[in-house]
Design a protein around this ligand. Structure first.
Ligand SMILES: [Zn+2]
Ligand SMILES: [Zn+2]
Length: 186
């Protein structure tokens, strides 16, 4: 696979048993579908895993200037289709590209893995006990509910008023984020 950002060939690396692909040139990371979740699942280990691997060069990096959520995404390195640019977890202002059409995976530019891990940690710390309890209840309902209703429930978890176009984000993307938060011990 070639880097969707700069076109150089990606190199496979082992991050705590998860095989990611890194661009040695721009230091971005490719996560096959499910791999980002596997890395973030063990919140305590995620940062250490990155640092102990070749992905450590991707830890520090400035956001790509001039990007906005409405930009067209990069080209998927696996299937070649245009990816969708997402604001990670809706309001993090971390813009990642994910293959929506064939669900191949997601591309994180240099530094975005650190920003995501920081964001999830800060989000967790910012919730008061009442909010945490509420989120748990909602997550339990999501897990118990049928998939069609899940999307509506997940939509209700986030404020969407000020985010035009947000309804197009697939419910599963948000569900994925909230499941990670759940596993992180919210
Ligand atoms: Zn690159
Ligand atoms: Zn794809």
């Amino acid at each position: 696979m070639d880097c969707p950002r700069c076109g150089k060939e990606l190199r496979e690396i082992d991050v705590n048993g998860v095989m990611l692909d890194i661009c040695d040139s721009c230091e971005g990371l490719w996560f096959d579908q499910g791999e980002l979740g596997r890395i973030l699942e063990n919140a305590g280990e995620a940062e250490a895993s990155i640092h102990q691997s070749d992905a450590s060069v991707s830890w520090e990096g400035e956001p790509v200037p001039g990007e906005s959520p409405s930009d067209p995404g990069l080209q998927c390195p696996k299937c070649g289709e245009a990816m969708r640019r997402y604001n990670y977890a809706v309001s993090s202002n971390i813009l990642i590209d994910a293959c929506e059409k064939n669900k191949c995976g997601a591309w994180l530019d240099d530094g975005e893995i650190k920003r995501i891990i920081d964001y999830l940690g800060n989000y967790r710390d910012s919730l008061d006990p009442e909010e945490k309890e509420l989120l748990k209840v909602k997550l339990d309902r999501i897990k118990a509910d049928a998939s069609l209703r899940e999307e509506a429930l997940i939509d209700s978890l986030v404020k969407m008023d000020d985010k035009p176009g947000l309804m197009r984000i697939p419910g599963e993307m948000l569900q994925f984020v909230y499941r990670i938060m759940y596993r992180m011990g919210l």
